[in-house]
Design a protein around this ligand. Structure first.
Ligand code: NI
Length: 433
């Protein structure tokens, strides 16, 4: 498939004004900012780095954030960054915007003029755009300060599900009342945004099952305990967890992704090893998957006279958007793009997203942001052909900045900051008298 970004030259600001529906977005960005964001995105895309190895990326983003003159700018979690944009009042709790920055071990095949120069590594999930729109949001907020502070988080290692926790451990959520983030999505056209309550991404856990049998000559199976036959039975039985144990309308996945056993055609090996992934949109389903996996593995092992050791590594929990934060985000989308920009997610997404860790701590909303140009294919993320439309940069930056602005104003109104509604202000004055 042919991608539509074919020119290596940096587009002018008119790239946005020519798109119907994006005129209001275009007006927010001075021409020099448009060009610097495109330059940044293309540079990040050309030099992708894997999880927790984003050293060049972090240095480049640090320079880009410094240029918007934040009140503070810090390195955290190794290759993460936190920039604080000063609001109009110190008394309003801060709001956070998060962009992730890491790439994937995939050989790029997009044909983009700014394709990856690193063999076997590419931005196949659009984190180059997420990092760039976070910088764009910082620039917009710095130019016109919101009610309270906004902290812009550039997070490493989303793909391994470890980066958000490292950022949280570094204290980035201290004093933060709400958080917003988003993901490019080529199922949706540029200008469309999903902002809805409830589950937006799945709990994503990894399991490993070690089956211990007893080796023997391939011609004398009665003298051993065959772990391969047990593994085969187990793989088949695991398929019944989703199909027989869960309500038919409950989204969940049990995938065995690797099987390792044996080294010769005439030898029964000692052991077999399976590994796979478990996905669920709700905590209760997640527990059912864990329980059924352990029970079936144990019982199949007993039936075949072998032993099964099950290890489950917990990944990110389900990503559950918070009602109030969704309301703020939807208001932001309506203000920036109009009501018709809001679209439903459609069928649920069973991918994992480590933004879920932030939402376990504080309210927030994770958005899906349309990244497909007119007349092009959806292209799934993590494919060697994946890339996000350039225009998604400005949509993401404008919507996230506006969501932070709306949330900040609302928090100020509750807490008595500069945007407090007149009734509350009067009530406070009466109390002070
Ligand atoms: Ni991603």
């Amino acid at each position: 498939m042919q991608c539509t970004i074919t020119s290596a030259s940096i587009p002018g600001a008119d790239v946005l004004t020519r798109k119907p529906g994006l005129a209001k977005v275009a007006r927010l960005f001075p021409p020099e900012l448009v060009r610097s964001l495109v330059r940044l995105r293309r540079d990040l895309h050309r030099h992708p780095e894997l999880s927790f190895q984003e050293h060049r990326t972090a240095a480049r983003l640090e320079r880009a954030l410094a240029a918007v003159r934040p009140a503070s700018l810090e390195r955290v979690a190794g290759t993460g960054l936190v920039a604080r944009i000063r609001g109009r009042s110190h008394s309003v709790p801060a709001v956070a915007i998060r962009g992730d920055i890491d790439a994937l071990p995939i050989q790029e095949q997009t044909g983009l003029p700014f394709s990856s120069r690193i063999p076997g590594v590419m931005h196949a999930c659009g984190h180059d755009v997420h990092a760039t729109w976070a910088v764009g949001a910082a620039a917009l907020l710095s130019a016109r300060p919101p009610a309270g502070d906004v902290v812009v988080l550039l997070q490493p290692a989303e793909e391994t599900g470890k980066g958000a926790q490292a950022m949280i451990e570094a204290g980035v959520l201290d004093g933060v009342a709400a958080i917003f983030g988003g993901h490019v999505d080529r199922r949706f056209a540029v200008g469309q945004v999903v902002a809805q309550p409830g589950s937006l991404a799945a709990a994503s856990d990894t399991f490993e099952i070690e089956i211990a049998g007893a080796g023997a000559h391939g011609a004398r199976p009665h003298e051993g305990k065959d772990p391969i036959v047990a593994a085969a039975a187990l793989i088949a039985a695991l398929q019944t967890i989703v199909s027989r144990r869960l309500h038919p309308a409950t989204p969940a996945v049990v995938t065995v992704g690797s099987v390792h056993a044996g080294s010769a055609p005439n030898v029964i090996p000692d052991s077999a090893r399976l590994s796979g992934t478990l996905r669920a949109l709700e905590g209760e389903t997640r527990e059912k998957l864990h329980h059924a996996l352990r029970q079936i593995a144990g019982d199949i092992a007993r039936a075949y006279g072998v032993e099964a050791k099950v290890a489950i590594e917990l990944g990110p929990p389900p990503l559950i958007n918070h009602e109030t934060a969704v309301h703020w985000a939807r208001q932001a989308v309506e203000e920036i793009l109009g009501k018709s920009a809001l679209v439903p997610l459609g069928s649920p997404n069973l991918a994992g997203e480590d933004f879920a860790w932030y939402l376990e701590r504080i309210p927030g909303c994770f958005l899906r942001i349309g990244a497909r140009e007119e007349g092009t294919e959806p292209i799934p993320a993590h494919s060697p052909q994946f890339y996000a439309a350039e225009e998604a940069i400005w949509v993401g930056a404008a919507v996230l900045a506006q969501a932070a602005r709306v949330a900040s104003a609302s928090l100020a109104a509750r807490g008595g900051g500069p945007e407090a509604d007149p009734e509350q202000r009067q009530a406070r004055r009466r109390r002070q008298k």
